[in-house]
Design a protein around this ligand. Structure first.
Ligand code: APR
Ligand code: PHB
Length: 389
C-alpha cells in the first residue's frame, strides 16, 4: 500500500490530523494498535481550549461539542475553606468548553468513517523504516500477516509508549522529565456535579478537583499516593476524603453515590526534543506529557496537529517546506509554555511529601498574589484558556 502521510496512532492526535489532511485532499492511513471500542473506553480529561474548539470546527467535527459541551467562563480556586473565582470572560473575553476527550475521539472516528478514511485497527509490531531517506515506510502485522505502507511522511501520534519517539536515534533526542511524588485518584459518577464550574482545591490533606462531563455526570479527583491499592479507596472512603478537601459550602452540597469508574494515574512532565527527525514528526503524547492539573494534554496535542497540518498543506499545495523544516522549533515553543503552566499549577495546588515551611510559604504567597492581582489572574486565564497558536 502507498499513501502520502502514514499516521501511527488512532487517538485524538492521529484522527484529527487525518481528518484535516483528508479535507485538504492529502491522503492518509491511520494505524491503530487497539480496537475502536478499546480506544473509546479510555477516560481522559474534559476541558477544551478555545483554540481546540476552533480546530474541531475546522475539521468539521464540532457540532456535538457545541450542542452538548458546557461553556465555562471561569473557574474557582479554593484554599482550604476560602477561595476565589477567576473570571476568564472578564479578564480576557474567552472561555473553555467542558466536553470529554472520549467524546472528541468518538466524533473524530465517526467523521473518518463517514469520509471513508482508512483507519486500520488491531495490529502489532509497527516498525518505522528509512526515516532519513526520501522514501520512508512502515511495516506492521495484522492477523498474522506482515504489511508495508510506503509513504512520504510519518506522523507519530502513538502516545507516550508508542514506537515513534523510540525510532529517533538516542544521540539525536533530548528528553526532559519531572516525575511528581503523588498521583491523582479519579472517579466518574452519574451524579449532578457539586458546582456549575470546576473547583480546584489546595488543602493541607492534599489537592482535590471537582469537575464534570455533563449536568448529570461528575468527575472528581483527589491527590493520593500513586502506589495506593485501589481497594483501599472504597466509594465511601473517596467521598469522605473529597468532602474534607473541598470548601465547606461545596462539601455540604456534594451529592455522593456509586462510582462507575475509579483509577489512580501518575503525574509527570515530559518533553522530547526534537519533534521531527528525517521524515518522522512526533505529535501529542508521543512528544510530551503534562500533569493533568492544567488540562493541557489534549489541547497541546491539538496545537501540534495545527502546526503539522499547516506544514504538510504548504508542502503539498505550495511546494514550500519552511513550516516542515521549522515544525519542531515552532511546536516546542508552545509545548514549553504549557509544560511550564502545568508544572506551576501542579506545584502551587498540591502538597509535596518533602515540602518544608519555606515551600509552603511560597505556595501561600503564589495563591495570595493570584487572589489579589488582576495581572496574575489575567496571566492564569491566558494560559488556562489557551495561548495563541
Ligand atoms: N501502533 C499503533 N498504535 C499505537 C501504538 C503502536 N505501536 N502504540 C500506541 N498506539 C496508539 C494507542 O493505542 C493510542 O490509541 O496510539 C494512540 C495514542 O493516543 P493517545 O495516547 O491518546 O495520544 P494522543 O493522540 O497524542 O492524545 C493526547 O490523549 O492520552 C491522552 O492525556 C493524553 O489528553 C492527551 C491526549
Ligand atoms: C477532567 O474533567 O477530567 C479534568 C478537568 C480539569 C483538569 C483535569 C481534568 O484540570
Amino acid at each position: 500500500m502507498r499513501t502520502q502521510v502514514c499516521i501511527i496512532g488512532g487517538g485524538p492526535s492521529g484522527l484529527l490530523l487525518s481528518q484535516l489532511l483528508d479535507r485538504a485532499g492529502i491522503e492518509t492511513v491511520v494505524l491503530e494498535r487497539r480496537s475502536r471500542d478499546y480506544v473509546l473506553s479510555r477516560i481522559r480529561a474534559g476541558v477544551l481550549e478555545f483554540g481546540t474548539v476552533g480546530m474541531l470546527e475546522k475539521a468539521g467535527v464540532a457540532d456535538r461539542a457545541h450542542a452538548q459541551g458546557l461553556p465555562h467562563t471561569g473557574t474557582y480556586l479554593a484554599v482550604q475553606n476560602a477561595g476565589f473565582r477567576i473570571d476568564f470572560d472578564d479578564l480576557i473575553g474567552k472561555r473553555v468548553l467542558v466536553y470529554g476527550q472520549t467524546e472528541v475521539t468518538r466524533d473524530l472516528y465517526d467523521a473518518r468513517e463517514k469520509a471513508g478514511g482508512i483507519v486500520i485497527h488491531d495490529l502489532d509490531d509497527v516498525e518505522l523504516h528509512d526515516l532519513d531517506s526520501g522514501a520512508p515506510y512502515v511495516t506492521y502485522r495484522k492477523d498474522g500477516t506482515e504489511h508495508r505502507i510506503d509513504c512520504d511522511w510519518i506522523a507519530g501520534c502513538d502516545g507516550f509508549h508508542g514506537p515513534s519517539r523510540k525510532a529517533i536515534p538516542r544521540d539525536v533526542l533530548t528528553e526532559y522529565e519531572r516525575v511528581y511524588p503523588f498521583g491523582w485518584l479519579g472517579v466518574m459518577a452519574d451524579l449532578p456535579p457539586v458546582d456549575h464550574e470546576l473547583i480546584y482545591a489546595n488543602h493541607p490533606r492534599g489537592f482535590a478537583l471537582a469537575s464534570m462531563r455533563s449536568p448529570t455526570r461528575s468527575r472528581y479527583y483527589i491527590q493520593a499516593p500513586v502506589d495506593d491499592p485501589l481497594k483501599k479507596w472504597t466509594d465511601d472512603a473517596f467521598w469522605d476524603e473529597l468532602r474534607r478537601r473541598l470548601p465547606h459550602d461545596a462539601a455540604e452540597r456534594l451529592i455522593t453515590g456509586p462510582t462507575i469508574e475509579k483509577s489512580i494515574a501518575p503525574l509527570r512532565s515530559f518533553v522530547a526534543d526534537p519533534m521531527k527527525w528525517g521524515r518522522l514528526f512526533l505529535v501529542g503524547d508521543a512528544a510530551h506529557i503534562v500533569p493533568p492539573t492544567g488540562a493541557k494534554g489534549l489541547n497541546l496535542a491539538v496545537s501540534d496537529v495545527h502546526y503539522l497540518f499547516e506544514a504538510l498543506k504548504s508542502h503539498y499545495h505550495d511546494a514550500d517546506d519552511h513550516a516542515i523544516d521549522t515544525y519542531s522549533a515552532t511546536a516546542l515553543k508552545r509545548v514549553w509554555n504549557a509544560i511550564r503552566f502545568s508544572w506551576w499549577f501542579t506545584t502551587t495546588m498540591h502538597r509535596f511529601p518533602d515540602q518544608d515551611p519555606f515551600d509552603q510559604a511560597i505556595q501561600d504567597s503564589e495563591l495570595r498574589q493570584l487572589q489579589s492581582s488582576r495581572a496574575a489572574q489575567t496571566n492564569f486565564a491566558e494560559n488556562y484558556v489557551g495561548l495563541p497558536y
